[in-house]
Design a protein around this ligand. Structure first.
Ligand code: HPA
Ligand code: ZN
Length: 351
């Protein structure tokens, strides 16, 4: 048993940084830093509509999800070759390892690339090479989750799934992202049924900007195993009961939610209420290059803004991230033992 009361508030920032954690909600294209966007634009002779890194950064003043997506897709337009995808993902893995991320499940948006004529094989090749390096050089395990863009048609999603099948061994699941409002989960019922039949794990963004009903339909129609964001679930007590009963994980992204005006400030974020309701909440970075920080920045700023969050909550959030991941129970057990050790040492002030 960890004695959380023996951990002083002053130890918390270090504990948040050092605790081993899994990241389950990161769009790899959203890890593309402005400097790398410009370097790749130059390397590939791609014209950007922003004259400088500073001008690009100045565009990072978002008012909602769509205003972000417009800039995010422009940034991703510099990615052409396997090397570009490898460089992008390798940069993320190095930052994640520095934050003590021990396992990461990465979203990627193939339609954003294939629509520009980039071969599906280039996307997989680059990401797979970076994953291999992360495993051998950083001890960081990872998986890929192929996201369908929900503003496009289901036929487009189905064609994308077919195109990805030669690389079936390189991805573990499918997700659903992009513009949420007006594109409910049920639009992709057939694509998700096909994915399930292929043995793919299913997750979906729901209840970020969209209503609680989208979360309900992600569960009932898409049969998702995790809900990405899901913060609007509190609007429907019946839904909360279902989510708690099923121990359904929510991959919450605090800095993203503030940047995209889902909440006015971190102090007003509903994460403490989600935890108090018994929901299996995790903390993630979403699009760290655009939203002001990687996973530890999310933890640190969140705990700074919400004094109700302490060592017990830090432990719960890290443990949830491991338990909600798609790694085996055996590997989960090993990671939880590492997590316990970090907290036990903090509680006995060995360090
Ligand atoms: N929400 C929806 N789609 C996305 C996001 C997001 O935060 N990031 C990249 N695609
Ligand atoms: Zn997201």
């Amino acid at each position: 048993m960890i004695d959380f009361s023996a951990i002083a508030a002053s130890q918390l920032p270090r504990l948040l940084r050092e605790m081993p954690k899994a990241e389950l909600h990161i769009h790899i294209e959203g890890s593309l830093e402005p400097e790398l966007i410009f370097a790749l634009a130059q390397r590939n002779r791609v014209a950007l509509s922003y004259p400088s890194v500073e001008a690009l950064k100045a565009a990072y003043a978002f008012t909602d999800l769509q205003s972000f997506l417009d800039v995010y897709y422009a940034g991703a337009s510099v990615l052409l070759t396997p090397q570009d995808f490898e460089d992008m993902a390798w940069a993320y893995f190095q930052r994640a390892a520095a934050d003590n991320v021990v396992h990461a499940e990465l979203f990627f948006d193939p339609q954003t690339h294939t629509a520009r004529g980039v071969p599906m094989a280039s996307v997989f090749q680059g990401l797979t090479r970076a994953r291999e390096r992360a495993r051998t050089e950083l001890g960081l395990s990872s998986e890929l989750i192929l996201c369908f863009l929900r503003h496009l048609s289901e036929d487009d999603a189905l064609a994308t799934l077919q195109e990805a099948l030669p690389f079936r061994q390189d991805f573990i699941g499918v997700g659903l992202d992009s513009s949420e409002r007006g594109h409910p989960p049920e639009k992709f019922a057939i694509a998700f049924a096909q994915a399930r039949a292929l043995g793919l794990r299913c997750v979906a963004h729901a209840g970020e900007e969209g209503p609680a009903a989208y979360i309900r339909n992600a569960l009932d129609v898409l049969k998702v195993e995790r809900v990405d964001h899901g913060v609007r679930c509190l609007e429907d007590p019946d839904l909360v009961r279902t989510l708690v009963e099923r121990a359904m994980a929510l991959t919450v992204c605090p800095l993203s939610n503030v940047k995209l005006c889902v909440f006015k400030s971190l102090a007003q974020h509903n994460l403490p209420q989600l935890l108090a309701a018994g929901l299996k909440v995790t903390v993630n970075s979403d699009d760290p290059a655009y939203f002001g920080g990687y996973i530890n920045q999310n933890f640190l700023e969140l705990f700074e803004a919400l004094p109700a969050l302490g060592a017990q909550e830090a432990y719960t959030l890290a443990r949830n991230s491991i338990e909600a991941s798609f790694i085996s129970l055996l590997q989960q057990g090993a990671l939880i033992a590492r997590l316990d050790k970090v907290f036990e040492e903090a509680a006995s002030s060995v360090r």
